[in-house]
Every structure is written in C-alpha cells, then in structure tokens.
Design a protein around this ligand. Structure first.
Ligand code: PXL
Length: 274
C-alpha cells in the first residue's frame, strides 16, 4: 500500500488548530501521508501568539532535502514562511520540483500576530509566487500582494488577474473576510478561483456563524494539496477541499478562551454517527 505523500512547509502552532498541526490532520483525513518541513515554532493558544522562534534557513533546507530525497511527493503546500532567508531556502529547495504546489501566503494570525516579517513580503512575491500552481490568499493578503484595495467583487477579479501576472498559475481568493450578507439577505461566502488559462469559477457556501475559525486557511490549502495528490484536477480539488472545510467549520470545537479550532475529524465522526 502506498498512500499519496503530501508535504507541508509551514509553522508549528502549539495550540494545535492551525499551521503544521492543522495540515497533518487535514492531509490524513483526505487519505494522504503527511510530511512536514517546519519553518517556525509559535508559542500560542486560542487567544494569541506569545512568541516565535525560527530554525536556521540551513535547517529548513535540510528538512526539505531529506524528505524530497526519500518520499515520492505528489503535492505540497506552504504556509507560514516567516522571514526572507527562510523563503530563499524553501524556494531554492523547491526549484526542481515535479509536483504541484499550493501557496497559502500567510501574513498575519487571526489574533493579529505577524507570521511573515514585513521585509519578507517582497521575497514571497519574487521567489514563491512563481512556484505556485495555486495561490490561496484571503482578502487582506490578496490586497497586499496585488497592491490594491479590495472592496467589491470587481476588485476581487482585478486582484486575481494581477496575482496571475505575478507568476501564480491559479489564484483562489477566499471570501471569508468579506461581509457574508448576499443581496437576498442569505449569508454566503464566495471564493473565486481564477486560472492563467482564463477560466474563472466561484465556490459559494452558506456562511457558518462561529468564532471557532482558527486554522481555516491552513486546513483549506492542505486539503487542496492532498486532493491534488490524490489525482484530482484543480477545480475538483478545490471543491472537495471546500466541502471538507465547510463540515469542519460547521462542527468547529469550542476549545480555549479565544477562537477555537475547526473540527478536522468531522467526516469521520459523520461516517461513524458520533
Ligand atoms: O493563520 C495561519 C497560520 C499559519 N501558521 C501558523 C499559525 C497560523 C495562525 O495562527 O499559527 C503557525
């Protein structure tokens, strides 16, 4: 038996809800075998991040080298990359890759802590975006990387176009940070997928009212990578990953005094009726 190997290159969340921890749970729930390159350690709980320690760029490069040397990696994702030297090490290590890469351009934690140093934004754009088969920014990350304000659906499309010209082969701008009320009053979240071939597709899901949303972006990008590793096409991979996230959000866990984690176990619980 050989499960598809999925690599996450991201930061550790000691609170277990986001980062590497979210990614490995998500990859396993999609049927993948998860590998991890840890770019930073965060001391955090549901209330926030209190400290960050990063390994040397050389150690990040070595983690990447050994896993790529031994495992048949079918897809990878990046999350928190923290600093320009770590970004350089990751970009160098991935330069000859033969698998799809999902890039979640993590900048700021929900609690407001910076997970990407301000001076590293340019390195992310220059070195990581061109490697991305899919870039998955939220509203704020898309605005930052595209260099514009995003206030309307037309702005979302314009930002997606701009990000495609910066080298990403496809862009999924997530709708979670926009006002969820639709014209008819129904609360929905719309994610927009634009690909360099010119195709555009929207994924619309009912808005889930919960403050337990810690790890949503990590979970979505890891699930997309795992679905790609299983052999799905990009649009089908996003669809399946978005369905997984929806279930994980609907049954999110009310843990800790802040924003609790999404429920990575949700499909298994549904299967067993527990
Ligand atoms: O939100 C993205 C994210 C990514 N990576 C780590 C995080 C978070 C959010 O808290 O802690 C390690």
């Amino acid at each position: 038996m050989r499960p598809p190997c999925v690599l996450t290159i991201a930061g550790s969340d000691s609170g277990g809800g986001a980062g590497i921890q979210a990614d490995l749970k998500t990859i396993m729930m999609q049927g993948g075998y998860g590998l991890s390159v840890i770019t930073a350690l965060t001391a955090q709980n549901t209330r926030g991040v209190t400290a960050i320690e990063a390994p040397t760029p050389g150690f990040v490069a070595e983690q990447l080298r050994v896993v790529m040397d031994d495992f048949p990696i079918r897809a990878a994702k990046t999350g928190m990359l923290f600093s320009a030297p770590i970004i350089e090490a990751v970009a160098d290590g991935l330069s000859g890759k033969d698998f799809p890469l999902v890039v979640d351009p993590v900048c700021v934690a929900q609690s407001g802590a910076r997970l990407l140093l301000p001076e590293a934004v340019a390195a992310l754009a220059a070195r990581i975006l061109p490697l991305a088969d899919l870039l998955t920014p939220n509203r704020h990350e898309a605005a930052l990387l595209a260099g514009m304000d995003i206030d309307s659906p037309a702005d979302v499309r314009e930002a997606a176009e701009r990000l495609l010209t910066k080298g990403a082969k496809a862009v999924l701008i997530k709708g979670g940070h926009f006002s969820p009320a639709g014209k008819d009053g129904a609360a929905r979240v719309t994610d927009l997928l634009a690909a360099c071939q010119g195709t555009v597709r929207e994924y619309v899901r009912p808005h889930v009212t919960t403050h337990n949303t810690h790890g949503t972006g990590c979970t979505l990008s890891a699930a997309i990578a795992a679905q790609l590793a299983l052999g799905k096409r990009l649009d089908a991979a996003v669809e399946a990953a978005r369905d997984y996230l929806q279930l994980a959000l609907e049954t999110a866990w009310d843990l800790g005094g802040g924003d609790g984690p999404v429920n990575h176990l949700a499909p298994y619980q549904r299967l067993l009726g527990i």
